[in-house]
Design a protein around this ligand. Structure first.
Ligand code: CO
Length: 134
């Protein structure tokens, strides 16, 4: 079912500061800040040998990660993203296996413009898992 590790997402209180820290201290290859109004997040991509870290900060008042940052004011790992061959098949299969999918369970386009679903963290040992169509 799983084919590749895609990214780990970290919510940070100050995106510019986090970007500089990864660049200056860890000498990482970092992107500019990208705003995704429709997803309510701003993101900096940290590229590391074919995979990446996504540094995220809430964008706008109804951001889905606003509560998370309120509860983790110094920042924290938010989710990991794994790729699957067929997201629709995977969603169907997981429902059969009683894994809870957040929202209505139908794959939606994520920040990379590919369909994604999120699995309930209580079904995966406290980790929020994003599954993305490869
Ligand atoms: Co993600």
């Amino acid at each position: 079912m799983l084919t590749r590790f895609n990214h780990v997402a970290i919510v940070v209180p100050d995106l510019e500061k986090a970007k500089r820290k990864y660049k200056d201290i860890l000498q990482a290859n970092v992107s500019e800040i990208n705003d995704y109004e429709e997803h309510g997040v701003s993101v900096v991509f940290v590229e590391i040998g074919g995979t990446k870290i996504e540094l995220m900060h809430p964008y706008g008042e109804d951001s889905p990660i606003k509560n998370f940052l309120d509860k983790n004011m110094n920042g924290a790992i938010h989710h990991i993203c794994l790729e699957v061959k067929d997201i629709n098949e995977t969603a169907k299969d997981l429902k059969k296996k009683n894994v809870r999918i957040l929202g209505d369970g139908i794959p939606k386009n994520g920040a990379h413009n590919k369909p994604v679903i999120f699995l309930h963290p209580k079904d995966f040992f406290g980790t929020l898992i994003e599954l993305e169509q490869e």
